[in-house]
Design a protein around this ligand. Structure first.
Ligand SMILES: [Zn+2]
Length: 79
């Protein structure tokens, strides 16, 4: 496939300030975040998606454990 062939883009996901397009011609995924854009191949998108999901769930777990630690410390102080 020629690098110069016309892009045929499909919007995969779009919300304010963050859009994801897929180019069928080149098999690439384009992330648009505000003024910045990033072009990835499909494998890189999967890796990025897994990594972001893992990061979000670990962050939530960290915040939850911080929250319960703080609650535990408040209880100790009130005894
Ligand atoms: Zn393209």
């Amino acid at each position: 496939m020629s690098e110069h062939a016309m892009c045929k883009k499909i919007l995969l996901s779009g919300q304010a300030g963050f859009r994801v397009h897929y180019c069928e011609t080149h098999g690439t995924v384009e992330l648009e975040m505000g003024a910045m854009s990033l072009r990835l191949d499909e494998d890189a998108l999967e890796i990025m998606s897994d990594s972001l999901s893992e990061s979000v769930s670990k962050l939530h777990a960290l915040q939850a454990s911080r929250g319960s630690f703080d609650a535990f410390m408040r209880q100790l102080k009130n005894v």
